[in-house]
Design a protein around this ligand. Structure first.
Ligand code: MD6
Ligand code: FE
Length: 213
């Protein structure tokens, strides 16, 4: 078995990049699970946001559904097909807790938002602030797992107009976003097609963000 040479970098206070944190075997297993979820009965969909535009990614929420029209969490997919959100697997919850613990945070994740980005996928600058006020006040992190093609990830400040730093999130990287960083603006400027590890045989990028509602 190959051990990844991971490194941990605190990009900003409370924002940690765990580069190369997942082995290629772990990545492959996660990608296989994502592919299965993609084509399951309550599978991925392209969310419509307020104003009627479509997001530039496919989404699937596990554990609890995030409604792209209301920006609220709910049990069923009211903005799409009314189906219940599929459950969050226990081993995924454990993975999020392990990554958070590696940088001194604790998370009891009950939601995972799975995003799939194709070659022209992107995600505008936003804050993740729809979880419970207690979760946000405590700075309980979001744990983000990147699989497949590299993303140009933008990390801003607490105000939309604050300066933005860009970093590459590669397959197997984990980004933990908590404490004073929890409400920083961030987004995905673009995907770099063809940069996924060959053995994943994946075109595009999956991103898993674990949250404690
Ligand atoms: C993405 N990630 O990497 C989108 N949110 O595709 C996020 O929006 C995100 O990476 C909160 C914390 C970490 C993240
Ligand atoms: Fe986010």
């Amino acid at each position: 078995m190959l051990f990844p040479r991971h490194s941990i970098d605190e990009i900003a206070s409370g924002a940690f990049l765990l580069a190369g944190w997942l082995t290629i075997d772990e990545q492959r297993q996660l990608v296989d699970r994502c592919r299965a979820l993609q084509s399951a009965e309550a599978g991925m969909y392209r969310p419509t946001v307020r104003g009627g535009g479509k997001m530039r990614l496919d989404m699937l929420c596990l554990g609890r559904h995030w409604n792209a029209l209301t920006y609220r969490y709910e049990d069923t997919r009211a903005d799409f097909d009314g189906r219940p959100a599929p459950p969050l697997p226990d081993d995924w919850r454990a993975l999020a807790a392990r990554a958070a613990a590696a940088v001194g945070f604790a998370i009891d994740a009950d939601v995972c938002i799975v995003n799939y980005y194709g070659d022209d996928g992107r995600l505008g600058l936003h804050q993740d602030k729809d979880e419970r006020p207690e979760t946000l006040a405590a700075g309980i992190p979001v744990v983000s797992v990147s699989l497949g093609d590299t993303a140009r990830f933008q990390l801003g400040g607490l105000k939309r107009r604050d300066p933005i730093e860009t970093l590459g999130l590669e397959s197997g990287d984990v980004f933990v976003f908590g404490g004073p960083a929890r409400l920083r603006y961030h987004g995905v400027a673009r995907i770099l097609p063809g940069t996924a590890p060959a053995s994943l045989a994946l075109s595009g990028r999956f991103n898993l963000t674990f949250r404690q509602y």
